[in-house]
Design a protein around this ligand. Structure first.
Ligand SMILES: NC(=O)c1ccc[n+]([C@@H]2O[C@H](COP(=O)([O-])OP(=O)(O)OC[C@H]3O[C@@H](n4cnc5c(N)ncnc54)[C@H](O)[C@@H]3O)[C@@H](O)[C@H]2O)c1
Length: 395
């Protein structure tokens, strides 16, 4: 196999970042993860909704002045005017939820690939429109449900696909945070003011962390959800969006799943867990200890599978997602970079006229639409005190 970068394209992919200025959280993670494996370079950006702040932030991301833009429309116009061998290949969207649709649509229609943060949009028609545009343009679209990039999650996924757990019966995923505890209302927070505004966020803890749990369940088990019953609460004084909730998910007539999402649990940080019960074994993974996967079989000692790429018990999916030897912790950035890596593989194929596989290793636009449908179905169910709502798949 060739050692050239992005063979047979044989060059780095050129990235534009949207969002990330000031105290923003995830923009910096996108920039770091995308460049971790030297397959891409950040060359352009529209880093804030404020054009001056956007340009001012560019040097701290290594973006040259002439490609520091004031808005996404300015970015697209200027990039399209550049010769093809300088123009960006993809746009990474790290902005508030309500802006994802417009930025993604404009980027896709300009011919660029897109990496978008979750939730993909704030309503189902917008999500469906993105699915249509992605199909029409043939662009690569990846959604950063980044937990799917952890090596031990890939290990679990392959073990389940191979039948090592037997038939899957039940699955639980909880995403428990506590950052809202004791939060004083701040009219001008340094970041994330949009998160408590229903028009800008679309949902609260459900969209923010519940969608990660839902995506993780579907990604690891391969099950298709058919119905959901959800109940949510607003505990934060003056809050307008759910900050706690739980959803029961039916996967057809047999398998059952539950998700709890919280941002009001004292002292809890980013405690995302996944538990899967099969007829032969069960497993447990915890993102705060992501290099371990716990496997249990009745009557046998509990097994801890460590992320150790040289070990015989590690499967190919897991090994391919590892960068360093076991015992050296791999974490959030590396998992995020694994989403980028898989999307880069497809971008290279697109750019060189090859044929892409139907299935994606990364969460794609259909997964994004599924997540938005899940949010709307949970909200409709909550309005009816937990009434069951169908989770229709898009065609
Ligand atoms: N995948 C994950 O683990 C993860 C973690 C946190 C946040 N997120 C998602 O990432 C997105 C951003 O979240 P955040 O916590 O970084 O928010 P944030 O408030 O910290 O940062 C948002 C950034 O976007 C910029 N911005 C706003 N509107 C813009 C526009 N129209 N054009 C360009 N820039 C604009 C702001 O100036 C700011 O720099 C959200 O959709 C959120 O759900 C994902």
């Amino acid at each position: 196999m060739s050692e050239a970068i992005n063979h047979p394209l044989n060059r780095k992919l050129r990235m534009a970042l949207v969002g990330g200025a000031g105290a923003a959280f995830i923009g910096r993670v996108h920039a770091t993860a995308a460049q971790l494996d030297s397959r891409a370079e950040l060359v352009a950006g529209a880093l804030s909704s404020n054009p001056e702040k956007s340009r001012a932030a560019a040097p701290s991301f290594g973006i040259a002045e002439d490609r520091a833009y004031g808005s996404i429309s300015e970015l697209i116009d200027a990039e399209l005017a550049l010769p093809a061998d300088q123009r960006i290949d993809f746009v990474s969207i790290a902005t508030p939820n309500f802006t994802h649709f417009g930025i993604a649509k404009a980027s896709l229609e300009a011919g660029f690939n897109v990496l978008c943060d979750k939730p993909m949009t704030t309503n189902v028609p917008d999500a469906d429109e993105l699915v249509r545009i992605v199909r029409e343009t043939g662009a690569v679209f990846a959604l950063t449900h980044n937990y799917t990039g952890y090596p031990m999650i890939r290990q679990a996924r392959e073990m389940i696909a191979n039948g090592e757990l037997g038939e899957i019966q039940a699955v639980r995923s909880n995403y428990i945070q506590g950052w809202m505890c004791g939060l004083k209302p701040d009219p001008n927070p340094p970041r994330g003011a949009w998160k408590t505004d229903p028009a800008k966020a679309g949902s609260g803890s459900l969209g923010d962390v519940g969608t990660h749990a839902y995506n993780l369940i579907c990604y690891v088990t391969g099950l298709t959800a058919t119905e959901v019953s959800a109940n949510m609460r607003i505990y934060q004084p003056g809050g307008k969006l759910d900050d706690y909730g739980q959803a029961t998910i039916a996967f057809g007539e047999r398998q059952l799943g539950t998700i709890t999402f919280s941002q009001i649990s004292h002292g809890r940080l980013n405690d995302l867990t996944l538990e899967v019960d099969g007829t032969k074994a069960s497993l447990l993974w915890r993102q705060e200890q992501p290099n371990e996967l716990i496997v249990r079989k009745t009557g046998e000692a509990t097994q801890i599978y460590e992320r150790h790429p040289a070990a015989a018990y590690i499967n190919d999916s897991c090994r391919a997602a590892c960068r360093i030897a076991g015992g050296h912790p791999e974490g959030f950035f590396e998992a995020f970079a694994n989403i980028y890596n898989a999307a880069f593989d497809d971008m290279v194929i697109r750019a060189t006229g090859g044929t892409r596989a139907e299935a994606n290793l990364y969460p794609n636009v259909l997964d994004g639409a599924k997540g938005v449908r899940f949010v709307e179905a949970c909200q409709a169910s909550n309005d009816e005190r937990g009434g069951w709502k169908p989770l229709k798949e898009r065609d």
